[in-house]
Design a protein. Structure first.
Length: 267
């Protein structure tokens, strides 16, 4: 599709015991799990960084074990987002950004800033938080994605703030969190969280067909008409990169779901 962005489809992390029986080959060494996963999906959302800082060497090693066109998205530390006053997060943000994640180089995708479901929208405080997010680290451009989980964020004011900051609002296919499809950056970040264990790929075939179509529309710069929007429709785009993750829900089905969507996109 002319002018379309690149679509990457992945999973959350690469270490999950049930995947040892339905995704990874028998007796695959744990040290080979990342390399194997990266051969079968095109992106991974790193969740461990939410709980603890990593070393620069770890990021460099992950980059060395994955294909050239692979990408990691990095979940920001909970100490940055799980606080009463977001405007006070500057020191925690600096510590998180400075841990060495830029050692991923060209494989560094967006940073995911995830907020608790109890966190409500406060315009001034959230604006102050967005102002703390750096555009670059050691010369490397940083992209930011905002995962909000409270219904109070479903407002044009939040959409405008994110758009002014050039930060993407995470789209969640979830039974528990609000759906916000407003495009506010030059990329789309989506988390598909309604996988069901009885479905071999987590989602039924017709649902996978639908998300394939949505991903293609996003990549082409379009705004799918059947999704929920909170603000004014953004300007049309020649194309946006898309990061789509099968995560949460029946997690044991995530690799199969990602691979099924990748196959449909290839077709």
């Amino acid at each position: 599709m002319a002018g379309a962005g690149q679509i990457r489809v992945g999973i959350g992390g690469w270490t999950y015991e049930p995947w040892r029986s339905n995704f990874y080959p028998a007796k695959l060494p744990h040290a080979r799990e990342l390399a194997y996963a990266a051969e079968h999906v095109t992106a991974i959302e790193v969740n461990g960084t939410y709980y603890r800082l990593q070393s620069r060497d770890s990021f460099a090693r992950w980059a060395s074990e994955t294909p050239d066109d692979f990408m990691f998205t990095i979940k920001a530390s909970r100490f940055c987002t799980n606080r009463r006053v977001l405007a006070d997060a500057g020191e925690a943000i600096s510590r998180f950004i400075g841990q060495g994640l830029v050692a991923l180089g060209a494989k560094l995708g967006p940073i995911l800033w995830q907020f608790m479901a109890t966190k409500q929208f406060d315009r001034d405080d959230f604006a102050a938080f967005l102002a703390l997010l750096p555009e670059r680290e050691e010369g490397v451009r940083l992209r930011h994605a905002l995962e909000v989980r409270h219904e109070s964020f479903v407002t044009p004011e939040f959409v405008d703030l994110a758009r002014e900051a050039g930060a993407a609002i995470v789209f969640a296919d979830s039974a528990d969190y609000p759906e916000l499809a407003d495009p506010t950056a030059d990329f789309i970040y989506a988390r598909l969280q309604q996988a069901e264990a009885q479905e071999p790929a987590g989602y039924a075939p017709d649902a996978l067909d639908r998300w394939t179509d949505v991903a293609r529309q996003w990549a082409a710069g379009k705004q799918p008409s059947d999704l929920r929007y909170a603000g004014k429709r953004g300007k049309s785009s020649s194309g946006r990169d898309v990061f789509m993750f099968f995560i949460n829900g029946a997690k044991e089905r995530a690799p199969a779901g990602a691979q099924a969507l990748i196959a449909r996109l290839g077709a």
